[in-house]
Design a protein around this ligand. Structure first.
Ligand code: PTJ
Length: 228
């Protein structure tokens, strides 16, 4: 935050996430592992997958996002809730120092618009989220997740809160901490790259996000029952 990558509101969001992380035992639940395989299949089958990055994600898992981008050949786009040119540039140069190639979404290059959002968050890069069919949105707010979904894009969320609008609006919600979820997604993508397309299609069509979220909540309850 002192470098300007994360906004103060990001610390509050982080605290909200931590509270949920405690009630899943700060470990990856089986439901999250199933969602991660489905997410990897979605990303590998996509024509234009894009990884959307905000301040919290860059700070917590910048290197891991760069690794995922290289593994699945998907561009990274900076898309901020609290948008300023300075923060966009800071985050992009931070990711480049970690090994990212081109980073999309900066300044005037974000000339496409997501319908149904009033704020500057609606601006996206036509080479990135603008033309994407599948978008990974770690740590996202509900409005943008719903608007991207209404725009016909398949959304993969990483959100520790299984009750959030983001988790509900996504096609695949990985309920886990980004620091665990992104390396696991890279690992799953690497493994699934060797699979046939028909097997990937089956992983996608067999996945039911609402059922998986219900499974996550049951796993959280089981964990809490252990303490009670
Ligand atoms: O960098 P910016 O300007 O784009 O702003 C980013 C924030 C995070 C401030 C903005 O997107 C925001 O306010 O998000 P929300 O609406 O607070 O949603 C963030 C969601 O991420 C919440 O549901 C949290 O539970 C969840 N979350 C927080 N930390 C983590 C997390 N999920 C996964 N891993 C985390 N480490």
């Amino acid at each position: 935050m002192s470098k300007g990558i994360v906004v103060p509101q990001g610390l509050i969001a982080h605290g909200r996430g931590e509270a949920f992380d405690y009630i899943l035992g700060e470990e990856t639940l089986p439901a999250a592992t199933a969602a991660t395989s489905a997410a990897a299949a979605f990303l590998l089958m996509a024509e234009h997958p894009v990884l959307s990055v905000n301040g919290n994600t860059a700070a917590l898992a910048g290197k891991e996002i760069v690794n995922l981008s290289a593994t699945i050949s998907a561009p990274i786009e900076v898309n901020l809730f609290h948008r300023t040119n300075r923060r966009e540039r800071l985050i992009a140069s931070y990711l480049k120092r970690l090994g990212a190639g081109d980073v999309l979404g900066l300044g005037k290059s974000a000339s496409s618009t997501i319908r149904g959002i009033a704020s500057s968050r609606r601006q996206t890069d036509p080479r990135g989220i603008g033309e994407a069919d599948v978008v990974l949105i770690p740590l996202e707010d509900g409005d943008r997740a719903e608007a991207l979904s209404r725009d016909g894009k398949k959304i993969i969320a990483i959100d520790l809160n299984p009750l959030s609008r983001t988790s509900r609006a996504a096609s695949v919600s990985i309920v886990d901490n980004v620091v665990r979820a992104i390396p696991a997604l890279t690992h799953a993508s690497y493994r699934l790259k060797k699979m046939r397309r028909t097997s990937l299609e089956r992983l996608v069509s067999d996945f039911d996000n609402q059922r998986n979220l219900a499974g996550t909540i049951k796993e959280m309850i089981e964990y809490l029952r252990g303490w009670a």
